[in-house]
Write a protein that binds this ligand. Structure first.
Ligand code: FE2
Ligand code: FE2
Length: 134
C-alpha cells in the first residue's frame, strides 16, 4: 500500500533528510502504483531501478553524515540499510524473470512498512542524537 506523507510522523526537522525521505516515499509509491495497475514488467523494473539507485544514494548520504559526526549506532543502522537494499535488489532481479517469481505486492507492503518504521525509529534516533533539541 502507498505511504501517505505525514509531517507529524515522518518529518524529522532536518531539511535535507526530510526532502530525501519525501522523494524516497514518492519513488516507493510509484512502484506500488505500477504494480497495482499491473503495468508492463519493463515499466515496473525501471521504476524499481530508480527506487534502488535513489535509496542507495540516500543511505550513503545518511551514513556519511553519521561517520562525520561519529554516531555510535552507525554499524547497526548501516546493517538495516544493507538488509533493505539486499531485499530490494532481489525483487528487482526477480522482476526481470516474469511473474510468479515473487509476490511483488507483498514485497512492496514490506518495503513501505519498513521505510515508514525506519524513518520513525532509526532515523529519528539519529536526528535526536545529532540535534537533541529536535
Ligand atoms: Fe533515511
Ligand atoms: Fe536510515
Amino acid at each position: 500500500m502507498a505511504i501517505a506523507w505525514s509531517d507529524n510522523l515522518l518529518m524529522l526537522g532536518v531539511e535535507d533528510i526530510d526532502a530525501d525521505h519525501k522523494q524516497k516515499i514518492e519513488a516507493l509509491n510509484r512502484v506500488d502504483f505500477l504494480i497495482e495497475q499491473e503495468a508492463e514488467p519493463e515499466v515496473v523494473a525501471k521504476a524499481l531501478h530508480d527506487l534502488m539507485t535513489g535509496t542507495v544514494e540516500h543511505f550513503a548520504r545518511e551514513e556519511k553524515l553519521m561517520r562525520r559526526t561519529k554516531y555510535p549506532a552507525l554499524p547497526a543502522h548501516a546493517e538495516l540499510h544493507r538488509e533493505f537494499l539486499e531485499r530490494l535488489g532481489k525483487l528487482h532481479a526477480a522482476s526481470f524473470h516474469g511473474q510468479g517469481q515473487m509476490d511483488a505486492r507483498a514485497e512492496l507492503d514490506f518495503f513501505s512498512d519498513w521505510m515508514s518504521v525506519h524513518i520513525q525509529n532509526a532515523d529519528r534516533n539519529f536526528v535526536h542524537w545529532l540535534h537533541p533539541e529536535k
